[in-house]
Design a protein around this ligand. Sequence first.
Ligand code: PMV
Length: 333
Amino acid sequence: MSADLAIPARSLPVSARAPGKCIVFGEHAVVRGAPELSLAIDLHTQVVVAPSDVLRLNGDAAAVAENPYLEPSLAAARGRSGAIDVRSVSRLPRAAGLGSSAAFVAALGAALGAAEGGIERAALAQRCFEVERAAQGVGSPGDTTTSVGGGYVALNAGAGAGPLLWTIAAGTERWEVRRAPDPGWVWVVAYSGIRRSTAEAVRAVTARLERPDGPALLARFAEVARAGIAAVAAGDREAAGRQMVANQELLREVGVSHPRLEALLEAAAPAALGAKLTGAGRGGSIVVLPVPGREVELVRRLARAGAVPFPVRAAPGVTLVEPGAETAPTEAR
Ligand code: PMV
């Protein structure tokens, strides 16, 4: 295969690292084809895949059965033997709405793709989506595509949102993925400490959107996301903040907020231009757009309210970690 593949050919051991994500606009509605804006964040999962006599995860053969992504990832990477040793470390809290499973799938997919002879990003994004969807049973390609693509990514947002990166397909469903411009902003995500299941939240919202007012609600989600995407592209923080607040009202209406999330949104408010839950909701995390210059105050407010806050900015998509580079800082700060 050609040497300029996004994920180049490597022989084992291979290490790869993939970013988590935060959804700025459009979670849930994206599953039904509405626009979404998400960004890859500079909190990563790193995997190392090495030859082995048996399949192991973090040194433990029994842990393989408990991980719903490992064996499907191997099956998707045609030609790999099942016996490998996978080690994974992450700064992403799990089941927190920050894309920890997508980052694991993307990092593992890139490492296995490299061992297969290299893989294009579009093919990797499709493969990672299939692995995650098979495990969760429901959902959009938003998380996996953002981890593979990096930066700001818009789904189903039309040609005005930016150049086409790729289209993800599942049966008759299609999601168009575009590269949205990076305004260079710092966001603050804050984990509530409440773990929840994405699949359950998605099923509950699906049922809600099947009620008679569902189409009208979905149209409002789409309108808010479109306006929000335009505001971020224009670098208009105030307008972006207003659309985040409008998006949160809709998320509340479909029943995926949580009293802890509402308390965090309230704690953030004095230092925020806008804030909302991010990801599936019912727990998990919030994302806040800080008032410029009040980032430290915002982090302090969220920590005092009992959350785990992370200032984040856009990060590149999944990459291989070349030998010797593991400890070197690879991101511009
Ligand atoms: O799994 P989470 O919490 O990162 O969020 C998934 C976002 C949803 O729109 C709720 C589901 C999906 O697959 O797009």
